[in-house]
Write a protein that binds this ligand. Structure first.
Ligand code: HEC
Length: 121
């Protein structure tokens, strides 16, 4: 009898463990990452443009006259209103990056905050 009880406790323990492991999983891993949106400036978001946009928006190739390779150029793109719409996939601009998935939520938020706070350098 004792053995049966022990086995039962062991069984409960396994179930408990399985539930615990499962509860820590999240379908949207991205939401769990911390997005630091304090002191957003061009220098803190430049790598987002460099990694995702500059290959199509530089001095040689500048689709729709959008250049994202320098502070001044990115500021001009922001002031046109197109940058905000393009990265947020809003109507009125072609969604960017071009024919690729939307940037990560955190990246979109940072670019949006940078524009909303008047493009600090
Ligand atoms: C693979 C090349 C490519 C990449 C990468 C790319 N773009 Fe573009 N971009 C284009 C093309 C092509 C257009 C012109 C689209 C059109 O006329 O419909 C464009 C246009 C734009 C426009 C103007 C949109 C409009 O409706 O006039 C903005 C703003 C822009 N891109 C921002 C970005 C940003 C920000 C990124 C990075 C997150 C990016 N692009 C990445 C090719 C690219």
């Amino acid at each position: 009898m004792k053995r049966i009880i022990n086995n039962f406790i062991y069984f409960l323990f396994i179930i408990e463990f399985a539930l615990l492991v499962n509860s820590c999983k999240n379908d949207n891993e991205e939401d769990l990452k911390i997005c630091d949106t304090t002191n957003v400036s061009y220098s803190s978001i430049k790598t987002i443009f460099d990694n995702n946009c500059v290959r199509c928006h530089n001095d040689q190739i500048n689709n729709n006259d959008i250049l994202l390779n320098t502070y001044e150029n990115a500021k001009t793109a922001a002031e046109s209103g197109l940058l905000y719409k393009a990265v947020n996939h809003l109507s009125g601009a072609t969604p960017m990056p071009y024919q690729l998935p939307k940037l990560e939520n955190c990246e979109v938020r940072k670019i949006s905050i940078w524009i909303e706070t008047n493009t600090p350098e």
